[in-house]
Design a protein around this ligand. Structure first.
Ligand code: FES
Length: 133
């Protein structure tokens, strides 16, 4: 009986040792640099620019890039000028221009992207993080 347990334990240890490199490779999170979108346009305070993946607002405190991807199921949000909100065409979630959740099935705020000034030119660089799939 003791011998059987010893062999069983040794086999499990051997299986773990053999599988560990594969498991650690699969679980390993690789660094992927963000996608940089260049906006070659200056904005005055109060102005905004609608892009494919974000809306760039120029506030009194500087630029703010708010994601247009809904936090519910990922539909692309529209920005409604008259109401000054983001509205999801899929299930009507609403978000403020700051990206805060207002109503609807989405429960999380929108993602804010890093923005920096474009060097040597008028404009901005917006960093969109890449997601691991
Ligand atoms: S995908 Fe936007 S509310 Fe459902």
């Amino acid at each position: 009986m003791k011998r059987r347990q010893l062999v069983k334990g040794a086999l499990w240890s051997l299986m773990g040792a053999l599988c560990w490199p594969f498991i650690s490779f699969v679980r390993h999170e690789r660094f992927r640099p963000p996608v940089e979108v260049k906006v070659r346009k200056g904005l005055k305070p109060g102005e905004r620019l609608l892009e494919q993946d974000f809306v760039l607002f120029m506030t009194g405190k500087g630029p703010r890039a708010v994601s247009r991807t809904c936090t519910h199921l990922g539909c692309r949000l529209n920005f409604i000028d008259e109401e000054g909100i983001f509205l999801c065409p899929c299930h009507q979630s609403r978000f403020s221009p700051e990206g805060r959740y207002i109503s609807g099935p989405a429960k999380k705020d929108l993602e804010l992207f890093r923005v920096r000034a474009l060097e040597g030119e008028e404009g901005f660089v917006v960093e969109i993080p890449r997601r691991l799939t």
